[in-house]
Ligand binder design. Sequence first.
Ligand code: CS2
Length: 497
Amino acid sequence: MAVDAAVARLGRSTVDLLPDAARPLLDGGVGAGILHLGLGAFHRAHQAVYIEDAIVAAGGDWGIVGVAPRSVDILNALAAQDRLYSVLTVGPGSVRPRTLGVHVDLMHAAADPLAVVARLADPAIRMVTLTVTEKAYRLDPVSGVPRIDDEVRADVVTDRPPRTVPGLLARGLLARAATGAPIAVVSCDNLPSNGRRTRALLEAALAEVPGPAGERARAWLDGAVSFPGTMVDRIVPATTDATRASALRALGVADLVPVAAEPFAQWVVEDEFPGGRPAWEHAGVVLTDDARPWESLKLRTLNGVHSALAYLGALAGVGPIDEVLHLPGIDAFLDRLIGSDIAPTLVPPPGVSVEAYGRTVRERFANPALGYRTLQVAMDGSQKLPQRLIGTLVDRRAAGARPVWGCLVLAAWMRFVRGYADDGTALPLDDPLADRLRGAVSSVDDKPSELAAALFAIDAVFPAELAGDDEVRGLVEHWLTVLARGGVPAVLAEVSS
Ligand code: CS2
């Protein structure tokens, strides 16, 4: 959307034009305390809101230094708006706008990584938060073990400006170790045990650093750096022109970087912050000493079901996630997927039932105002499926069960990777392993057993025990056969029969 010259643009000088309920709650006088990496929509509608709410409730210099790792578009737009943007909370027929003003500074890591490294060493910064997506951690997706490849190693052991996220963080921590100031590194990405994995990643990166500087950094990391695990949850679709038009209607001024989000939000955080933290107990954050039961519940149920809807929907030619829920038979399928395959693998947090959680999740997905696209959820499947689905399948097999419905989801992903919807329309494959995945399927003919064999052979996605499991192979081939014969309607008809 171009900015119409006749329409005022959101900024500190135009806040008086906003409806009262949408005026920023902070006036910009807050000091920086958090450096956040990843300025995407999710961060702006999730952590930023909780951080701002805590500052509004109880004060504290916890303003956010927002760092864009690569793309500069959001950063430039935010800068032109005095770092203000709106969050539109959307429900069926309702839009509630709010203007956030918690970002106190902006930086572009790709343009000046060394400035970010220096900022990480600034003792005023007492927390780093991350929304960089699964792939940026460069973990082995199957085992979750860090992979320190040549690029990360060069980032850490040379003086060159770092190019990778692990390299940037490790260099920042190295610089900070020299000051001795404590800090918390908080992953807000959808990875299991995200805190523990981030710690393992940075330990592995710093293990590359030779000499006394390396030794000092490792000892400091051990004693003064925490990696609290978190479960983050809010459905936040990518911003589109429709979001910008809706922001203009709701605000009366133009916002080029608004975010639309569902009413529900949840943040469960392990309460381990050696440099202090915002007063999140006043902002609705659940503080705990172990976030893992929440993480597994959310990853396997919410994200697992989201991916199931994404692949089935994309194959059926459905754009928005909420419309996938209208496919005949989908309810029966989700009941079985959650009840028979997912729930038995989980030990949910006290007082929470997986089935009830699953029902809430389905109601949230049904929100027609969100317009979340199946293709958005479908992207990066090789990085997402291990924690969303494959872990569930492995656990069910270890318990001697046949995960029939989970295997249907796997078959849908395989057919999605093959690249065509049920009606023959080409489907894009947006995935860091796209070349490998497409390469594997391009040479096989359409026989389900060959398609399955080609993809199960990719050890960056499938653990050996699953790839070599004839029972699982048989179930996946069965569903691929039904998909080839009659597409998604045939599969869903068989579920209910
Ligand atoms: C989604 C998530 O795009 C996706 O992969 O499953 O972004 C999901 O909307 C969030 O995790 C909800 O908290």
